[in-house]
Ligand binder design. Sequence first.
Ligand code: HEC
Length: 148
Amino acid sequence: MKRTLVILLIAVLLASCGGGKSEGQSTTTATPTTEAQVQKVDLSQVPEEWPKLNEELATKGEQLFAQKGCNACHMVSDQKLVGPGLKGLNERTTYRWSMAMILNPDSMLKNDERAKQLLKEYGTPMPNQRITFEEAEAILHYILKVSQ
Ligand code: HEC
């Protein structure tokens, strides 16, 4: 009984590994923005360009940044903590990339060149904080605000 369970587990693991690989391959033909990512979380409607600052969202985002534990690893200055300081994010990457990184860091760290580079530099993988699309938007408005 135990042995069948183990075999089953291995089979499941192998199957999920296979899935990861084909996903990786599909990104090799994609543009630098993470098409695998865009499909997975359906960020296809999210523009590359950053929106205009919405103060109300920024205020909500400031609370979420603490509530969701982002501040355990990130400063909103240009100082490093466990992860990069997030001030000026809008000058170094696109809005869509940022949404993808916050909503699905695991896949980004596997498939996206820029994310992989950051992981090399920081050594800690950013965890998935399980936040919603709307929460991520608010947080990015907060980052936009501190970057002004
Ligand atoms: C356990 C630490 C940790 C937590 C918690 C965390 N991050 Fe990260 N984050 C990182 C690290 C480390 C990186 C750099 C990439 C890597 O190594 O995975 C990163 C990268 C990023 C980037 C890209 C930064 C750049 O310069 O391009 C953004 C944006 C970001 N995180 C936002 C968030 C937000 C928003 C939250 C909260 C919902 C959050 N992070 C929670 C560790 C963390």
